[in-house]
Ligand binder design. Structure first.
Ligand code: DGL
Length: 265
């Protein structure tokens, strides 16, 4: 089977993972599915999230992907087993990759309510780094505000200040961006955190985890220019709006297909 990665997320967030992979590995064949009809996932029940994961992975399987990349922490936290059972091909996730990137002893995790409630980040970090203090913060308003497309609003800034307060009070040394939408807020979060607090983007770990499959980059080589020539972008609702919102992150306006998960193809 030739290599084709299948990425999925609820919306634009997984593009941060796609971008990391393409910048490290060049224009790998990929199919990206943004389930924009059902965003946000992070305020849904575990049962709903598991049923959604089964459906999107079944669709990716139908596209003949050779590896599934869960470009969504929420499904990773609650439905990794579902994805693995459904995929029939290797599944790569974010949470283990992020835990492996932790070097600090006081770590904050920003994530969706469902991811925080699952405890998946705390368990993964503590398993790899016993004794680490993990301060988790659910950020229910981030994804709806990010999907609305205005990343410089005062509302977003105020939400960010509120969400960061418990992490600052606990003097964390690093903050994990535990939802793939949040790297889109990196400049805002950076401006609100002390300069010595490290931001950890799990997507970098995922891109590195794919080295064995896609090849090890030559040491010192700069990031590849972002090319979507082998990428198919699909969404379950409103492809035009997705294309517009994705443009700043992808460097050019992409072609986006509207698909139905219940229809094959
Ligand atoms: N970007 C996803 C995540 O990493 C889903 C966010 C959402 O839809 O709530 O958790």
């Amino acid at each position: 089977m030739s290599v084709c990665l299948g990425l999925f997320d609820s919306g634009v967030g997984g593009l941060t993972v796609l971008r990391s992979i393409l910048q490290r590995h060049g224009p790998v064949p990929t199919v990206y599915l943004g389930d924009t009809a059902r965003v946000p996932y992070g305020s849904r029940s575990p049962a709903e999230i598991r049923s959604i994961a089964a459906e999107v992975v079944a669709w990716l399987k139908h596209q003949h992907v050779s590896t599934v990349v869960m470009a969504c922490n929420t499904t990773n936290a609650l439905a990794r087993d579902v994805a693995e059972g459904q995929a029939g091909v290797p599944v790569v996730g974010l949470i283990g990759a992020a835990a492996a990137m932790v070097r600090e002893t006081r770590v904050g995790v920003l994530a969706t309510p469902a991811t925080v409630a699952s405890g998946a980040y705390r368990q993964s970090i503590e398993a790899l780094n016993p004794g680490t203090l993990v301060v988790q913060q659910a950020c229910p308003n981030f994804v709806p505000l990010i999907e609305s497309g205005d990343l410089s609003s005062q509302e977003l800034r105020e939400e960010a200040m509120g969400y960061l307060t418990p992490l600052l009070e606990a003097s964390v040394e690093a903050v994990i961006l535990g939802c793939t939408h949040y790297p889109l807020l990196e400049p805002l979060l950076r401006s609100l955190l002390p300069p010595d607090v490290r931001l950890i983007d799990p997507a970098e770990g995922v891109a590195r985890q794919l080295d064995a499959l896609l090849g090890y980059p030559i040491p010192g080589r700069p990031e590849r220019p972002l090319s979507l020539e082998n990428t198919r972008l699909c969404v379950t609702a409103d492809p035009e709006s997705f294309a517009r919102r994705a443009t700043p992150w992808l460097g050019a306006r992409p072609i986006v297909e509207g698909i139905s998960l219940r229809r094959e193809g």
